[in-house]
Design a binder for this molecule. Structure first.
Ligand code: ATP
Ligand code: MG
Length: 585
């Protein structure tokens, strides 16, 4: 008897299932990891990403991936974990992507042999649980570190800066970074640390203001006559427009006698003079407003020995408030002296080609500002990202107050302990746990490869040392200076424990997530329209399904020839593969 045909999905819907689909997803994730692989560690390279308008040079995993604009749905997981690491810790984004990709790569053999993905997931979760239980023992509390917390924080900031463009100046930046974070209150809201960029000068011309600094705002006539330096200064913060409104051309005013028109104009002047008078009488030396302060007000304040700045950015206003204790006023009526902020010293100074308003010696300072200098825009932007990473690391160190040895030492020790633990597990899971342990070796391996060392040799030495020396062996990682292995704890390559914990948890989660997908359904309704111009070159949706990727290779072929047609994204121009200059694995 004929069975009626069941139509479940719309015509044109593309689905892909099974092992082929899984392998294709894993390959896509690995392609993403291949992009950032070479950036890991002190000898890692940087990437230059040009999006048609702007060129960015970066070593930061999260930044690179954000700029690549990846469209592959499974590969996006990698971008997500990099971002989550960035948000949680601020550093270690390359590490998390590499571990996740290695976990997926090691699971590929099991999948191809027919092991059910759920068993792999179970094994990985088991391994993760074991590893997280080891951190307490393998980390050192800040109180046990010689020199105390300050030294520890500077070293951790230095480790984070090691792999960045400004690594040569880490001794210059590390104390500043620790000072900046230490100036915050208990909540450690990092948005209260301002980073300002001024092109020109050398990196070592950068400085930290223990207070607030912002670029001089737009000013009117009268500005030059203003006093621009105050000791023990009182600051009034306003959200009020201090500008004389010109009579609107389309306003309708009915007057019987043309001479009465002057009364309207005078009233306007009276109002603004009254407002200005109130500000001066309050005893303020500096008046800042989110809204414009016009030429009449500027001249008025200048004549009375005050300084003013209008159109101050919101974030600067908030930070001035926090630093000086001033409260922003939305009206100048009924103000009391209590709303004024205070600072030890205010001045307007020249930084490079720009003028900066600087508030220092703030009694209630819970904020700090970096003024970064450098030759090129890209350099300063990368410096900003690097300083930001280090600031986050210091924050994490303060909050978790435990550190581990970097340079692959912690990963190697965890790997060895996990391998030993695997011997206590029976059945298929044992192989999966061992695969997890092997995946962790990717960090020391990649660090050595990026430094041009023989990674196999280094890994063997590390395995040997960690296995033999039960006491100090756990601190041994890659010696970047001398091509070998060394006690990275003694060479002060310290990282916050929280960063490593988070990277292993996120990487495991991502690997398990990708392994749990057995089918992808692509709905034709949301497909990219072929006529639409591609967005960013490189990774944007291109010519629809099956269009060439990079060097004319269909994405599906690049991803192993299986699975949904490259999950729909035809890559136009230089795709990810072309970017790496490799074919699909
Ligand atoms: N002097 C050093 N010797 C050996 N390894 C080092 C040294 N300094 C840093 N490392 C290691 O380099 C790795 C960090 O590299 P990198 O900063 O490039 O990547 P990430 O922190 O994972 O990602 P990102 O900084 O892009 O967010 C860590 O494993 C760290 O232990
Ligand atoms: Mg880093």
């Amino acid at each position: 008897m004929m069975q009626p045909q069941i139509i479940l999905l719309k015509d044109g819907t593309d689905t892909s299932q099974g092992i082929g689909q899984l392998i294709s997803n894993i390959n896509a994730c690995q392609a993403v990891a291949d992009v950032v692989r070479s950036t890991l560690g002190p000898r890692g390279m940087d990437k230059l990403i040009h999006n048609g308008h702007k060129a960015t040079i970066s070593n930061d995993g999260a930044e690179i991936m954000a700029l690549l604009d990846i469209v592959h749905p499974a590969a996006k997981t990698m971008v997500d974990i990099a971002h989550s690491q960035d948000a949680m810790v601020g550093d270690g984004t390359t590490t998390v992507v590499l571990i996740a990709a290695e976990l997926m790569k090691n699971s590929k053999a099991f999948v191809e042999e027919g092991m059910h993905p759920m068993i792999i997931i179970q094994g990985y979760q088991l391994s993760q649980k074991f590893i997280l239980s080891q951190f307490q023992e393998l980390s050192v509390g800040t109180d046990l570190v010689g020199g105390g917390q300050r030294v520890m924080l500077e070293k951790c900031a230095g480790t984070s800066l090691n792999s960045k463009l400004i690594s040569a100046h880490k001794d210059f930046f590390s104390p500043m970074i620790v000072d900046a974070v230490s100036s915050l209150d208990g909540q450690m809201d990092l948005s209260l640390i301002g980073i300002k960029k001024v092109a020109g000068g050398s990196v070592t011309d950068s400085f930290l203001v223990k207070g607030v600094a912002f670029k001089k705002t737009f000013s009117y006539a009268g500005f030059e006559q203003m006093k621009k330096k105050f000791k023990d200064c009182k600051i009034l913060l306003l959200n009020v427009e201090l500008e004389l409104k010109s009579e609107k051309e389309n306003a309708e005013i009915r007057i019987s006698d043309p001479s009465k028109y002057q009364a309207f104009v005078d009233a306007e002047w009276d109002i603004i003079y009254h407002k200005l008078d109130l500000c001066v009488k309050l005893g303020a030396n500096v008046v800042l407003s989110r809204l414009p302060i016009g030429d009449l007000a500027t001249q008025y304040f200048a004549d009375r020995g005050l300084f003013c700045a209008g159109r101050v950015a919101d974030e600067d206003m908030i930070r001035v408030g926090r630093a000086t204790g001033g409260r922003v006023q939305t009206s100048v009526q009924n103000m009391t002296a209590g709303v004024l902020g205070e600072c030890g010293m205010f001045d307007e100074r020249q930084v490079g080609d720009e003028r900066y308003n600087v508030f220092e010696g703030c009694p209630k300072a819970k904020t700090a500002t970096f003024v970064l200098r450098g030759g090129t825009e890209q350099f300063i932007e990368e410096s900003e990202r690097s300083v930001h990473d280090a600031i986050c690391v210091v924050k994490r160190c303060i909050s978790s107050s435990r550190i581990v040895a970097g340079g692959g030492a912690i990963e190697m020790e965890l790997s060895m302990r996990l391998k030993d633990h695997a011997m206590t597990i029976e059945g298929k899971l044992q192989h999966v746990v061992k695969a997890f342990a092997k995946a962790l070796e990717i960090i020391p391996r990649q660090l050595s490869e990026n430094a041009g060392f023989d990674s196999t040799d280094i890994i063997n030495k590390l395995r040997n040392r960690h296995h033999k020396d039960k006491d100090l062996g756990k601190w041994y990682g890659v010696d970047i200076e001398k091509e070998g292995i060394c006690n990275t704890f003694e060479s002060f390559v310290w990282e916050p424990m929280m960063s490593k914990r988070n990277s292993i948890s996120s990487a495991t989660e991502a690997a398990c997530l990708v392994l749990s997908i057995d089918e992808t359904v692509k709905n034709p309704k949301h497909e990219a329209q072929p006529d639409k111009p591609a967005g960013r070159p490189g990774m944007a949706y291109g010519q629809g399904r099956g269009a060439g990727m990079g060097r004319g290779m269909p994405l599906s072929a690049a991803m192993g020839g299986k699975g949904i047609m490259g999950m729909g994204a035809g890559m136009q121009g230089k795709g990810l593969r072309a970017y790496k200059g490799k074919g699909g694995r």
